[in-house]
Design a binder for this molecule. Structure first.
Ligand SMILES: [Mn+2]
Length: 310
């Protein structure tokens, strides 16, 4: 089945964020830098406004849009879960995965696996680049740097590790961005488009549906510059509608405030009492306020592991 002379496509997850696109792009640049020209970064979905802005700012075309990866040799970056993979993955030859999330491969056995729980996949790509002495121009370094800053919330997310900081420093030796905090704020603003979306679109923009021991719940992540202004009642109503159509134990929306570093958690579903018990906090008007909570992966998902793993 495998044809080694065939092109190898590098693809991030569906509903891609900047890290998913930039890590695919960066991996192609890495491969070119070590003399392997059969690799091509692609995207399987439309990109967000921030990603568009970053690639435009640094005069770089976005990776080619290829929605179906059937029959291709592929490298998956920034995801492993089947539900995040591009259409047609069942008929693709997945030769490699590079990611910083939980791993769910089950059905596939790639030849090469790089998984490390760091702040962004692009940090793992940058590490490969610097380890192998691959040279980057300023535009490429700026794109990779932007992705790490976005995925680590300006190096302030609890998922951030030393590697992310090191890679930001090394990339910024080339990118020469003066104030990284200021620049991170500009990046966040570029994706703060929530007020233009309907409640349903807000819920679906970055939705993860998770099952633990037969218990289904969903968590939508909404990263804002100000989480107090979004119309919470409408979002809760839409969650109720969705939960009537397909009942889950819980449906949640994380309204994360990137500046204040907190989260308003909106929630519907029959297991609200379990959530109240574990957090020792009452859900009032379908909402919880969680100071210092910004990470779905590191701070929210573990709560449900605890609730449902028993
Ligand atoms: Mn990522």
């Amino acid at each position: 089945m495998e044809d080694l002379n065939k092109k190898i496509y590098i693809v991030g997850h569906t509903k891609p964020d900047l890290d998913a696109i930039a890590s695919a792009f960066g991996y192609q640049k890495f491969k070119e830098g070590v003399g392997e020209y059969t690799y091509q970064a692609i995207r399987c979905d439309r990109v967000n406004a921030q990603t568009e802005w970053v690639f435009k700012k640094y005069n770089t075309p976005l990776p080619e849009y290829i929605p179906d990866i059937s029959g291709m040799n592929v490298v998956l970056v920034d995801h492993t879960f089947p539900e995040s993979r591009a259409k047609g993955w069942e008929n693709a030859n997945i030769i490699e995965v590079i990611d910083h999330h939980d791993v769910k491969l089950e059905d596939i056995i790639p030849q090469s696996i790089t998984i490390r729980p760091c702040g962004s996949t692009t940090s793992l790509i940058a590490q490969k680049i610097f380890k192998n002495g691959v040279l980057l121009n300023r535009n490429i370094a700026s794109i990779l740097l932007s992705a790490i800053l976005d995925d680590t919330l300006g190096l302030k997310s609890p998922t951030t590790i030393k590697l992310d900081r090191e890679m930001v420093n090394k990339l910024n030796e080339i990118a020469q961005i003066e104030d990284l905090d200021e620049y991170s704020k500009i990046l966040f603003e570029k994706k703060d488009i929530w007020h233009t979306l309907s409640p349903k679109e807000i819920i679906q923009e970055d939705l993860r549906e998770v099952e633990i021991n037969g218990n289904w719940f969903s968590i939508s992540q909404v990263e804002t510059m100000n989480n107090r202004e979004l119309k919470k009642d409408q979002i809760v109503n839409e969650l109720e509608v969705l939960n009537k159509e397909i009942p889950f134990n819980l449906r949640l929306v994380m309204l994360t405030d990137l500046l204040q570093k907190n989260c308003i958690l909106l929630v519907v579903g029959k297991d609200i009492p379990l959530l109240e018990k574990i957090l020792n906090q009452r859900v009032i008007d379908n909402a919880l306020f969680l100071p210092n909570v910004v990470s779905r992966k590191k701070q929210i998902l573990p709560i449900f592991q605890e609730i449902y793993s028993k």
